[in-house]
Design a protein around this ligand. Structure first.
Ligand code: ADP
Length: 463
């Protein structure tokens, strides 16, 4: 019997199962091991692909018999199995690294603390609407590896990549890399060291060459502070609200300007373009950033201005990201359940032009609420803390604003309280700054509970 190269996979969720299926397709002998229980759909997918797997344990001698191990991003480096694999000198790679080896199309990779899903969705739409053959994968929907198995080859792959996925890349080289921003998040996984967390994100540019492009937000202070420590050969394309010397995209009066002619590191000189933002979904500050990043991609790919305009006009916010749910008695209800850190809430509050009843709270990942205080003073009418986790920390953080602070044990109560406080031309905003695990399985379940509660309200006037 032919001797097949052996690959072991640690973790059997979306990326692990995708990697397993791709590895089988390319003739590897695959063994997948998960210390927990697999979801039935993943179990079925592995069985259908003929992948050998185990659950509830790691049989180390089988794992250590592999030539390489693909580690799921959720498993920390401190896990005993990971330590043993490294001690044995076996190479650990991430699923996107493995998928990269078999990808024949060009890659647009997007990472950052916030804005990844929105930005990849927008870029995917721009390319698709322009008639390009493009796939959307990574942390959104199908994994990169899974997509290579499930769909015929695309010319372009827009891949959403978390910093954990970038911990174990070696040769991964996107043609276009984007970092949307870097702010405090997940620091527990990086020894509470912001530079280590940032370094993982900059791995996205590590293997880029002079023919590639690196698009990044010049308005993110941490990103800009860390940038000089991570040199890359890629041509730099910074974007932001102001035009600095090398800026390739900026905004004037809600019009995105894209002009690469002044940028000294860019070899590609294309005619400047301008796109006016007309849609409500793109008006918020953070989506203006995301739209600038997407506009630079459109310019590099020479997508026609009319096509970009049309795509922007049709764009709807992704579910649970400043998603407009309903207007009732002149009050807008907005679901921003995905805002699980302080930075994304900052943008949510900043983009409100009407007084907000702010529903927030949940499991705190070491938040510093101080950076929100001034905005809360200006934009918020009342705060409703959902759940009791870190209630006292939140009260302490915002008591100086003088705003009423209420508490609700469940979503129905939070929404009905907000409803009774809100007056015409005000906003009820769910933007928690926290994870949801105290009351819900995930942020999607929390967002759906909010929408159900909002849709269940009856108004006094016209709905
Ligand atoms: P990610 O995939 O990185 O988590 P999302 O697009 O899902 O990003 O958005 C997560 C949260 O961050 C949402 O609350 C959204 O409104 C907010 N957000 C989106 N884009 C940005 C940005 N560029 N900067 C800061 N916050 C953002």
């Amino acid at each position: 019997m032919a001797n097949h190269p052996k690959i072991a996979i640690l973790g059997g969720a979306e990326s692990g199962v995708g990697a397993a299926r791709l590895a089988v397709l390319h003739g590897y002998e695959v063994f997948l091991s998960d210390r927990g229980q697999l979801k039935p759909t993943y179990r079925e997918a592995l069985t259908a692909a003929g992948v050998e797997f185990e659950e509830g344990q790691h049989t180390m001698e089988r794992i250590l018999a592999a030539e390489a191990v693909i580690k799921s991003p959720g498993i920390p480096n401190t896990a005993p199995a990971v330590v043993a694999i490294r001690d044995a000198g076996i190479q650990i790679i991430s699923e996107i690294e493995f998928a990269y080896y078999y990808c024949k199309g060009q890659i647009i990779g997007v990472t950052g603390t916030n804005g990844k899903t929105t930005t990849v969705t927008l870029i995917h739409k721009l390319l698709k609407d322009a008639g390009l053959k493009v796939g959307l994968c990574g942390n959104v929907g199908n994994s990169f590896a899974g997509m290579l198995v499930d769909e015929p080859a695309h010319d372009w792959y827009v891949v959403e990549i978390s910093s954990f996925q970038l911990d174990d890349v070696h040769r991964f080289r996107p043609h276009i890399a984007i970092i949307t921003n870097i702010a405090e998040n997940h620091l527990d996984r990086y020894d509470h060291d912001m530079s280590l967390y940032a370094a993982a994100k900059f791995n996205i540019t590590r293997n880029q060459t002079e023919d590639d492009f690196f698009i990044y937000c010049q308005d993110s202070p941490v990103l800009m502070r860390e940038l000089p420590r991570h040199p890359t050969l890629a041509q730099h394309c910074p974007y932001g609200f102001q035009r600095l010397s090398d800026t390739v995209s900026w905004i004037t009066n809600l019009t995105i300007q894209v002009d690469m002619t002044n940028n000294k590191t860019l070899r590609k000189k294309l005619a400047p373009q301008a796109h006016t933002i007309e849609t409500k979904a793109l008006m918020s500050k953070h989506n203006q950033h995301n739209a600038m990043a997407a506009s630079v991609v459109a310019q590099l790919l020479e997508i026609r201005k009319e096509s970009v305009r049309q795509s922007f006009a049709e764009f709807q916010n992704v579910e649970h990201r400043l998603e407009a749910v309903r207007t009732l008695d002149g009050v807008s209800y907005i679901n921003d359940s995905k805002a699980t850190n302080v930075n994304s809430v900052w943008y949510a509050l900043e983009s409100q032009n009407q007084p907000a009843i702010w529903i927030m709270g949940g499991v705190d990942k070491g938040n510093d609420y101080g950076m929100l205080r001034e905005l809360v003073g200006r934009k918020v009418k009342a705060i409703i803390i959902l759940g009791t986790q870190n209630e006292s920390k939140i009260r302490e953080a915002f008591s100086a604003t003088g705003k009423p602070i209420l508490q609700a044990d469940n979503m129905d109560l939070a929404v009905s309280t907000a409803h009774s406080l809100a007056e015409t031309n005000e906003v009820v905003l769910l933007s928690p700054a926290c994870a949801s695990f105290d009351l819900y399985e995930n942020y999607e379940a929390r967002g759906r509970a909010f929408k159900d509660a909002v849709n269940g309200l009856s108004g006094v006037g016209l709905a």
